[in-house]
Structure formats: structure tokens, C-alpha cells
Design a protein around this ligand. Structure first.
Ligand SMILES: [Zn+2]
Length: 227
């Protein structure tokens, strides 16, 4: 008698606990299936995916403008870690902080074993542009923003950090190119200062009006191309 009662109890317990379990699974599937369907649908529609296509950046299929010179530094695990970007939300502007140095000198510093820094682009005093880190990789320029931003360092003739006209004209051209090419908003253009509070790029931090005027020129360049 005792064992039967136990069996009966056991069966009753099983029945009473299995019903809600089935309902829970059904409820979960009800939630998950539409999500899966949406994900598959989304992945098959390129316009819904991130506008940032890692595979094509700067590659043979997606050549850079002729005014950008390739001068990629070797992977050393520090200046260039060889890690892929995790996304692309914007572009961070820097000044080199070393008055009178050329784009090439700064690029060679990135490649130096002593260096722990790099940027995707360096713009020289005459407006020349070097690509130092592949565009689908992280640079070592902008602290925690490295994972999701491109970086541009700009050379400057003196301690004020003010860019030459040739450098700034090229900066506007490069930023407009990158915004258009990778579908970034002009609001995604920021200063190193906006990431960490560092006085970089010095002139644009100390002369906010010059920074805003430069961004206005980028916006105008994009609108001109669009019209
Ligand atoms: Zn900086």
C-alpha cells in the first residue's frame, strides 16, 4: 500500500509539473521564433545591416583615393595590434604634438619598437596623407574609442598646434570622404578631447570656433557632393 501511494504521488507530481514546463517551452518558442525569423530576414537585406563593411575597406576591391598614400606599419602587437574594429561610429581627430615633424617622421615613429601609438591616417604639413593602419583594424590613438573609430593625426608647424591651410583643407577632404564612404554622420567626427578630455588636438580644443568651422566645411562638402 505504502509503495503504491508513493507511486501514485510520484505520477501525480510528474503530471502536475510537466504541464507548466510544456507551456513554458511553448512560450519561449513563441518569443524566440519571431526573433530568429527577423534576424534571418535582416541578414538577407544588406540595407538593414551596418553600413560598415569590414571586408572591403581599403582593399583591392575598394581602392582608396589617389591622394592617400599607403604606408602601413608592421603588426608589432602594440602600435598595431592587428585587431579588427568592432564597429564604426565615427572619426577621432588628433594633433601630433611634435611641432614641425613630417607625416613620414610620425609614421616612422609609429613603426618604431619603442612606440605604443598609431593612427589610421597622418596628414602632413603640405596636405599629404599617409595610411598607417588598415581601415578594418584598430589603431592605438583614442583610448577606449579605438575599438569603434578611425583616427586621423595632423601635423602642425608650431606649439600652438594650429594646422596649416594645406593640412586643414586636406582634413576636410579626408573627413568628407570617410563620412560619405562609410555612411558616417558629421556628428561622428570628434576630437580626442571629446573622448578623454586630453588637450588634443590642441588648437581645436583651445579654439572651439575653428573646430566647429572645420566641421561646417565637411558638412558643406558633403551637401555639395549630394546636390
Ligand atoms: Zn590625441
Amino acid at each position: 500500500m505504502g509503495s503504491k501511494a508513493e507511486d501514485k504521488d510520484g505520477v501525480l507530481t510528474d503530471v502536475s509539473s510537466s504541464q507548466p514546463k510544456k507551456k513554458r517551452w511553448g512560450f519561449l518558442l513563441f518569443l524566440i521564433l519571431p526573433l530568429l525569423a527577423a534576424a534571418v530576414w535582416g541578414l538577407t537585406r544588406p540595407e538593414l545591416m551596418s553600413a560598415f563593411d569590414f571586408s572591403s575597406l581599403g582593399g583591392e576591391e575598394d581602392p582608396l583615393p589617389s591622394w592617400i598614400q599607403r604606408a602601413v606599419i608592421p603588426v608589432d602587437g602594440v602600435s598595431r595590434r592587428g585587431e579588427k574594429l568592432e564597429g564604426l561610429t565615427g572619426i577621432v581627430i588628433h594633433y601630433v604634438g611634435n611641432p614641425g615633424t613630417t607625416a613620414r617622421q610620425n609614421r616612422n615613429w609609429y613603426a618604431d619598437p619603442e612606440s605604443e601609438v598609431s593612427s589610421h591616417f597622418i596628414i602632413g604639413l603640405k596636405g599629404e596623407v599617409l595610411l598607417c593602419v588598415p581601415l578594418d583594424e584598430k589603431s592605438s590613438a583614442s583610448n577606449h574609442a579605438n575599438a569603434t573609430t578611425l583616427s586621423v593625426e595632423v601635423c602642425h608647424p608650431d606649439e600652438t598646434g594650429q594646422f596649416t591651410k594645406a593640412s586643414e583643407d586636406r582634413l576636410v577632404e579626408l573627413l568628407a570622404y570617410l563620412c560619405r564612404r562609410y555612411d558616417l554622420p558629421v556628428s561622428g567626427i570628434i576630437r580626442h578631447y571629446d573622448v578623454t578630455g586630453k588637450n588634443c588636438p590642441k588648437y581645436y580644443v583651445e579654439h572651439e570656433e575653428a573646430y566647429l568651422a572645420m566641421k561646417k566645411r565637411v558638412r558643406a562638402a558633403l551637401e555639395e557632393e549630394a546636390s
